[in-house]
Write a protein that binds this ligand. Structure first.
Ligand code: NAD
Length: 257
């Protein structure tokens, strides 16, 4: 039975991914702030180190799968929290758990990014240099000093850098024999989306974000793609970002992909 670690497993897309992978025969170790096998806080370096140590202890240093779903939305204050969880809470786990994945059977990892990863392209992303350099304090200072745009900058900037981080790792992870991909969901019915709808600063933009399919995704519709990427049917899919957004990216940027 493959042993798979899932962050953000207590809610939304992470909970649905957990359900889909358990149905596919995985033994899941969940990580979250509550209701998980490993209770840990991915917003701090110390919390991330504790989660990595606990995960390695629980899986005996050998992991078959990793699914990184934990994340925060643009409405969270201070915006630096969103940068820390969305970017460092994923990238540090990727790097910290790669050796354990190398010891696994048909190992694979999936990172949940967002369609927002394309909203602030790398060459215009004010967080790009600090995030790629691993300078968490600098990235935090940029978003916390950005005024009312800080939340959007934290979310789109961290998701853009996260997708780049996945793509940058494709050569080394391929050589290591571990497949690594990202999924970019559009608006999905979860507590994170609801928190944005409940915030007057973000509600209108989210309401207007209507995809060609005319509705938002259910978490299970993202989780089924995660389960595909984690399974043997995706054995040649590596370094890819799969957009699962009801067509909104194609509608907004038909010539860019
Ligand atoms: P959610 O709020 O339902 O789930 C996120 C989970 O992450 C929660 O269980 C939460 O406790 C956990 N988490 C947050 N901070 C944490 C921390 N410091 N340490 C450990 N765990 C922490 O949200 P969701 O919509 O399921 O989000 C999952 C992922 O999907 C996120 O990365 C999000 O950015 C991404 N995403 C969501 C949408 C959407 O519309 N819902 C769209 C695109 C991308």
């Amino acid at each position: 039975m493959p042993c798979t670690l899932i962050t953000g497993s207590a809610s939304g897309i992470g909970a649905a991914a957990r359900e889909a992978l358990v149905a596919a025969g995985h033994d899941v170790i969940g990580v979250d702030l509550r209701n998980a096998e490993i209770i840990g806080d991915l917003s701090t370096a110390a919390g991330r180190a504790q989660v990595i140590a606990a995960a390695l202890q629980r899986c005996g240093g050998r992991l078959d799968g990793l699914v990184l779903c934990a994340g925060l939305g643009a409405q969270v204050q201070p915006p630096s929290l969103t940068v820390s969880v969305n970017y460092f809470g994923a990238v540090e786990l990727l790097d910290g758990l790669l050796p354990a994945l190398q010891r696994g059977a048909q190992p694979a990892a999936v990172v949940i990014s967002s369609v927002a990863s394309a909203h602030l392209p790398w060459d215009r992303n004010p967080l790009a240099a600090a995030l790629e350099a691993g300078d968490e304090a600098k990235a935090q200072a940029v978003v916390n000093g950005a005024g009312p745009q800080g939340g959007n900058l934290a979310y789109a900037g961290s998701k853009n850098a996260l997708t780049v981080a996945v793509r940058r790792r494709a050569p080394a992870w391929g050589r290591a024999g571990v497949r690594l991909n990202s999924v970019a969901p559009g608006a999905t019915e979860t507590p994170l989306l609801q928190a944005g709808l409940d915030d007057p600063r973000y509600a209108e933009a989210i309401q207007k974000f209507i995809p060609p399919l005319g509705r938002r995704a259910e978490p299970a519709e993202i989780a089924s793609v995660v389960a595909f990427l984690m399974g043997p049917a995706a054995s040649y899919v590596h370094g890819a970002q799969i957009v699962v957004d009801g067509g909104i990216d194609a509608a907004g940027r038909p010539t860019q992909f």
